[in-house]
Design a protein around this ligand. Structure first.
Ligand code: DX5
Ligand code: ZN
Length: 218
């Protein structure tokens, strides 16, 4: 079986030395870097923007994924792409023309990751499932690191994996929020291919060991 990919979330990294943290998780085996962008409107918290991404981009060769928890990803995705993000995560809950935005992003050469909050069902995502490279299932309400995993999202992961199989779609399933050594096997068994983990990795003394622990379940 293909091993799951691990995407450390910089939200729990030491912000005073972000570049070194990116280099450290890369050396520890990260497959991609997850960059949580919050605007204080879409979620009740503010993090960092494209200038920070640009400043740390050269510290790794693995892809950067910008998870845009912002009201208007349509106005800002290009700045993140220019700063070096290969994957652009847009929320299904944003009020905009998703089909148009997905086409715009992919025609610029970036990959789209469609993100769903815990309360959002599979139906609203259905029209876009064949258009995107990744579906990100939030397993906490977005806004903060270090929250507890919500097991009620497991049936949604299973439903997405089943739909993908039935229709021979190619999207990868990513899960974000509360991932640790106990919850990783649950989401992997449900069908996840990529695990985002912030506090579990950056809160551990040995990043490589933490990443191995998350991965060894598949
Ligand atoms: C939450 C963010 C997550 C978060 C995950 O809004 O999207 O990426 O950093 O952090 P942990 O792994 O600590 O739940
Ligand atoms: Zn995230």
């Amino acid at each position: 079986m293909t091993p799951v990919k691990i995407a450390p979330s910089l939200l729990s990294a030491n912000f005073s030395r972000l570049g070194e943290e990116v280099a450290a998780v890369t050396a520890a085996g990260a497959d991609l870097i997850h960059f949580d962008v919050m605007d204080g409107h879409f979620v009740p918290n503010i993090t960092f923007g494209p200038m920070v991404l640009k400043a740390i981009r050269s510290y790794t060769r693995v892809p950067f994924q910008a998870h845009l928890m912002i009201m208007r990803p349509d106005l800002f995705w290009q700045a993140f792409a220019r700063a070096g993000a290969e994957i652009i995560g847009i929320h299904l809950e944003c009020q905009l023309d998703h089909r148009k935005l997905i086409k715009e992003i992919t025609s610029g050469g970036q990959q789209v990751c469609l993100v769903m909050n815990p309360d959002t069902g599979v139906e609203p995502a259905r029209p876009y499932l064949e258009m995107v490279e990744e579906i990100l299932v939030m397993s906490v309400n977005p806004g903060f690191g270090g929250q507890s995993f919500m097991p009620e999202v497991l049936p949604k992961i299973e439903a997405l994996a089943e739909l993908r199989e039935k229709n021979r779609w190619k999207f990868q399933i990513e899960v974000d929020g509360g991932i640790n050594r106990e919850t990783a096997p649950l989401v992997i068994n449900a069908g996840a291919d990529i695990l985002v983990a912030g506090s579990f990795i950056f809160g551990s003394a040995d990043y490589a060991m933490a990443i191995r622990e998350l991965r060894c379940n598949k």
